[in-house]
Design a protein around this ligand. Structure first.
Ligand code: PLP
Length: 349
């Protein structure tokens, strides 16, 4: 795309005109403050790290999250540290335990490592929170207990008290990994408050979701420095060269925008709740969510329904093997969700 064309294109459409509510991205781009900081950083692109942008990001996150700067590591997204935690703390003799359905990246890395993956089904009885006691019982000697909260794909939260219980009761030498990719959409208490209490918890964050920076690539891990050191065995603790200054600058400016964060969350909640009201009226079954995604239970195979939406130029999300009748829907803009509801009436009338 030329620059002019890109500027004219609404943020929630790609060139094909497809409405993208399938990948849990944000319906809009970075905050204006993030864009301005990123644009300024582009001009300094001849230098590796010219103005301490990495340090500024860390200091800003420390101030906002009330976590010591020593416990914060930036990454190009959260996928890399997620895999590293599995590689570092799982092995053929110490497995991974997760809920199901959840974000599968941890399982994939565990499979590659030939570490055993054990899963515990999410249940309606506790509103699809991760049952931490069942997680521990499923493998009392695991290397990593992975909790995604809010969970992808259900958007459901696991209470911090339960995560703290797991941290207090898990076996020695194992890690509680809390993936908070969607926490800003929930606006609830974060497990970040636990990283100064124990060396055995790692919290992951990303700028790919509410901050609208998926393509810019920036994420964070929050953990004790000794725990981070274990994840950095082959590239040293400063990851020189892996982070773009554009992402660092945009992220560093964005984390301080408390009002923008709340406004974006509220915009998403309004679109989500309007969609939920519509689904209720139509008698379509769904799981209430605290994040920018939710699961619809079509009560019949979801794959053909996804294709039918694609034929209407709407990319809805995929299914999980455990729940083949359910589709994950990302909450897009109000206009996206209106289009989704209109198409739903045509497809499942
Ligand atoms: N964790 C969860 C739960 C996700 O849903 C995703 C992306 O969809 C990621 C991690 C990885 O995202 P990124 O590498 O863009 O931070």
């Amino acid at each position: 795309l030329g620059a002019a064309e890109a500027r004219e294109m609404p943020a929630d459409r790609d060139k094909s005109g497809m409405i993208r509510i399938g990948s849990n991205e944000c319906w809009t781009g970075p905050f204006p403050a993030g864009i301005a900081a990123g644009e300024a950083a582009v001009r300094l692109g001849n230098r590796y790290e010219p103005t301490h942008m990495r340090r500024t990001l860390i200091e800003n996150v420390a101030a906002v999250e009330n976590v010591p700067a020593s416990h914060i590591l930036p990454w190009p997204g959260s996928s890399d540290p997620l895999s590293r935690v599995i590689v570092t703390f799982c092995s053929p003799t110490r497995g991974l335990v997760t809920a199901n359905p959840t974000y599968e990246a941890a399982w994939r890395t565990a499979d590659w490592l030939q570490a055993k993956s054990t899963t515990v089904p999410l249940k309606a009885a506790n509103r699809y929170a991760v049952d931490v006691r069942a997680l521990l019982a499923a493998d009392p000697h695991a290397g990593v207990y992975y909790i995604c909260s809010p969970n992808n794909p259900t958007g459901t939260l696991t209470p911090i008290a339960d995560i703290a219980w797991l941290l207090d009761n898990k076996p020695a030498g194992s890690i509680v990994l809390v993936d908070e990719a969607y926490i800003h959409f929930a606006g609830t208490q974060s497990a970040a408050s636990l990283v100064t209490r124990s060396k055995d918890i790692i919290v992951l964050r990303t700028f790919s979701k509410l901050f609208g920076m998926a393509g810019l690539r920036l994420g964070l891990s929050l953990a004790h420095p000794e725990t981070h050191q274990k994840m950095m065995r082959y590239d040293g603790a400063n990851q020189s060269g892996t982070l773009s200054i554009v992402a660092l600058a945009a992220g560093g400016a964005s984390v301080l925008r408390a009002q923008d964060i709340v406004a974006r969350r509220n915009e998403m909640i309004a679109a989500r709740e309007e969609t939920f009201a519509f689904l209720k009226k139509r008698g379509v079954s769904f799981i209430p969510s605290q994040a920018n995604m939710f699961m619809i239970d079509w009560k019949k195979p979801a794959a053909p329904i996804r294709q039918a939406f694609a034929a209407q130029n709407i990319d809805i999300g995929r299914s999980w093997t455990l729940w083949p009748n359910c589709s994950r829907i990302t909450v897009g803009s109000a206009a996206d969700m209106k289009a989704f509801c209109g198409a739903l009436d045509k497809i499942v009338a």
